[in-house]
Design a protein around this ligand. Structure first.
Ligand code: ZN
Ligand code: ZN
Length: 465
């Protein structure tokens, strides 16, 4: 039995995770993530697969973040008709995440084609449409944590909990060889211990090969415990001066994490009673999936649900999907918190809330996620005195507070601890899902501990056994 792995995407960068495992003829694609970057690269890279899609035996999807599952509809449009395995919660989340992504692609291409028409260029097609995404859902097959399943000839799959977001998994693949079973473990993305409501990341036994993320391979996070205190301080300060708090947030995970902290602060009466609005149709759908999947949370959170208390609900919290209700927030006075998407402030309802609130020095914008270069979010983080919203300049007078301790990714120390816990049978560690500088720092650290480790290049093929 021979096995190779080709590191195709999410290599030397953090988006577009995709790797091809070949084991004695069986071909398995691990993650089908969407590469996010400049538009021309975006269309080129996301249209390429390392194999003719119908030739794959199956896919494995680690979790519902778009950079890990978001290119699956393209794979289906190119002829893939087999099973894609994921956990039950990831499947439930994909039902909303993938069609939403299709909708965003359609909107983007409308904008691109408007420009193309003006410049006399031919129109382009979206990578996939909302309908393509809905059609792709039929191939998603759920497999619960800790249940072993034969997913291709001589390939067994078991999911362990990655503790990164709801439904996130560490796909663990067992392949028989003459010397016994060989185990390949894929910890991309890996969470960190003590995140609110999630279970801590699990470590499978007898790991032979470990593929692990290195997003924060050279950095240490401040503890999640201090996050709630900092949030409380910023919120109270803004309430005291009568301002509004605007929080741009990703619809999956970060929005729920903030709601969790705010609801807890309200329940404990540590925060003054002000209205909180979650204004994002996708975030509202995702939050409802959270409520339906409470058995996958940590013990403390399950206990709350059992007592009939949802940790994501409170009488002060209103979920908004309706456009009219969203617009109505603009006329409402007094302190309030508005959580809205997109997380990078590039599109979505957050733009309206920023437009209406950014010029008031009593207001606060809390940045809770990574803001990539060239986005409005990054300009806010860098406190540009003027920013453009809907093509019009606005003065950035609101206070900007950046909270970077919300990360759901393992840091350098967490990853080193994880690798050490993998045990004596570990033959090699591969570092993916990281900017080169972060991966290299982690590689040096692990090499100094006598771990056999490498940072594969994009499209490198490694012969495992
Ligand atoms: Zn992720
Ligand atoms: Zn990721």
């Amino acid at each position: 039995m021979a096995a190779t792995i080709k590191f195709c995407g999410g290599v030397g960068r953090v988006t577009g995770s995709m790797h091809l495992l070949t084991a004695n003829g069986a071909k398995v694609l691990i993650d089908v993530g969407l590469f996010q970057g400049r538009r021309d690269d975006y269309y080129k890279i996301n249209s390429e697969f390392p194999i003719n899609p119908p030739d794959l035996d199956c896919c494995i999807i680690s979790h519902a973040h778009i950079d890990h599952c978001g290119n699956f509809p393209t794979l289906v449009t190119k002829g893939f008709k087999n099973n894609a395995y994921l956990t039950p919660s990831t499947r439930d989340l994909c039902r909303y995440m993938l069609p939403d992504s299709g909708h965003i692609q359609e909107e983007d291409i409308k904008y691109v084609n408007k420009i193309n028409r003006r410049r006399g260029r031919p129109p382009r097609n979206p990578l996939y449409t909302k309908q393509d995404a809905l059609n792709a859902l039929q191939y998603l097959k759920s497999l619960n944590y800790h249940k072993k399943l034969k997913v291709a000839p001589n390939v067994d799959l078991t999911f362990f909990d990655a503790g990164h977001i709801l439904g996130s998994s560490i796909p663990t693949i067992d392949i028989p060889t003459k010397k016994g079973m060989m185990r390949i473990v894929y910890a991309v993305d890996l969470g960190r211990p003590n995140l609110p409501y999630l279970r801590d990341p699990e470590i499978p036994e007898d790991v032979n090969y470990l593929i692990i993320e290195s997003t924060y391979g050279g950095r240490s996070h401040s503890g999640i415990e201090t996050t709630e205190e900092k949030l409380l301080k910023v919120v109270n300060k803004t309430i005291d001066r009568g301002g509004k708090i605007i929080i741009p947030s990703f619809a999956l995970e970060r929005a729920q994490e903030i709601l969790y902290f705010l609801a807890r602060l309200l329940r404990q009466k540590r925060m003054r009673s002000i209205p909180i609005y979650l204004d994002s149709p996708l975030a509202v759908k995702v939050t409802n999936v959270f409520k339906d999947n409470w058995e996958y949370f940590d013990k403390e959170t399950q206990e709350l649900f059992r007592k009939g208390q949802s940790p994501l609900s409170h009488k002060n919290i209103t979920y908004i999907t309706d456009v009219g209700q969203s617009k109505g927030l603009h006329d409402q006075t007094g302190p309030m918190i508005i959580i809205s998407a997109s997380g990078t402030c590039e599109n979505g309802r957050i733009l309206h809330h920023l437009k209406n609130n950014i010029e008031n020095p009593y207001n606060t914008i809390i940045v809770v996620g990574y803001m990539p270069e060239h986005t409005l979010g990054r300009k806010i983080v860098e406190r540009h005195p003027m920013v453009n919203i809907f093509g019009r300049p606005y003065e950035l007078k609101a206070e900007v507070v950046v909270m970077d301790s919300f990360s759901a990714h393992a840091d350098k120390d967490d990853i080193v601890r994880y690798v050490k816990a993998c045990g004596k049978r570990l033959k090699k560690v591969f570092l993916v899902h990281g900017e080169p500088e972060q991966s290299e720092k982690l590689r040096q650290k692990l090499a100094s501990l006598n771990v056999r480790v490498s940072v594969p290049k994009r499209n490198e093929i490694v012969h495992l056994f």
